[in-house]
Write a protein that binds this ligand. Structure first.
Ligand code: AMP
Length: 222
């Protein structure tokens, strides 16, 4: 089973994908995390991606499709996958359909986490994360137990470079320009399921679980 999670920055894609992953045993694939690891490790991919990421811009489609293609090749047959942060452009969505068709697979669910820009910006502005283990905290709603330190591994919590206010604005522009049409691509084909993501984490999780557990076919999940 392949699940795609779409949404603007700050919609909670990573948070919800992690929870879905733990609940279902599906592999959580965050393209943002994969790229950050590549940058950290100084790989060829990381060297190509870093300037785009630091600017809050999208990494080119051919790089992203190469990354996903490799990942699908490594994926064991029958393993469920939750794609968090991919696709983000129409060429990526079309490319993904083609890659899956070549492998005799399809996307089983496309879930759009819908949230207003104001709420999303507020979340991003108070988000800190741990570069060691990737855990995320929110300084308004989910304070760490010890100020400035990660609850999971004790590492220092930092703000992501692309969560600075001017980068956030740029990421939203990109979302409107590139990812909105991607959402419409799935909607026009009747494949999109929309979840109201402006609610507390547990409520959003329940709504996603409903979509997840449904036998088939998109319906309103608000
Ligand atoms: P995220 O952690 O999902 O917010 O992603 C962090 C950054 O990684 C983005 O701002 C982009 O620079 C890059 N990135 C992640 N996924 C993609 C994608 N599907 N297409 C292009 N760039 C991406």
């Amino acid at each position: 089973m392949i699940v795609v999670l779409l949404g603007p920055p700050g919609a909670g894609k990573g948070t919800q994908a992690k929870r879905m992953g733990s609940a279902t045993g599906f592999k959580h694939v965050s393209t943002g995390d994969l790229l950050r690891e590549a940058v950290e490790d100084g790989t060829e991919l990381g060297i190509r991606a870093v300037e785009y990421m630091d600017a809050g811009s999208l990494v080119p489609d051919d790089v992203m499709l190469g990354l996903i293609s490799e990942l699908l090749d490594r994926k064991r047959q029958g393993t469920g996958v939750i794609l968090d942060g991919f696709p983000r452009t129409v060429p990526q969505a079309e490319g993904l359909d083609q890659l899956l068709e070549d492998r005799g697979e399809i996307i089983d669910r496309v879930i759009f986490l819908d949230i207003g820009e104001e709420d999303a910006v507020e979340r991003l502005s108070s988000r800190v994360s741990c570069p060691n283990c990737g855990s995320v905290h929110n300084l308004t709603t989910d304070l760490p137990k010890v100020d400035g330190l990660c609850d999971t591994c004790g590492g220092p919590l930092v703000r992501r470079p692309d969560d600075e206010p001017e980068k956030i604005e740029h990421r939203f522009e990109q979302f409107q320009r590139e990812t909105r049409p991607t959402i419409e691509y799935y909607r026009s084909e009747g494949r999109l399921e929309t979840v109201d993501a402006g609610r507390p984490i547990e409520e959003v999780q329940k709504a996603i679980e409903m979509v997840f557990n449904r036998n088939s076919g998109p319906q309103a999940a608000r």
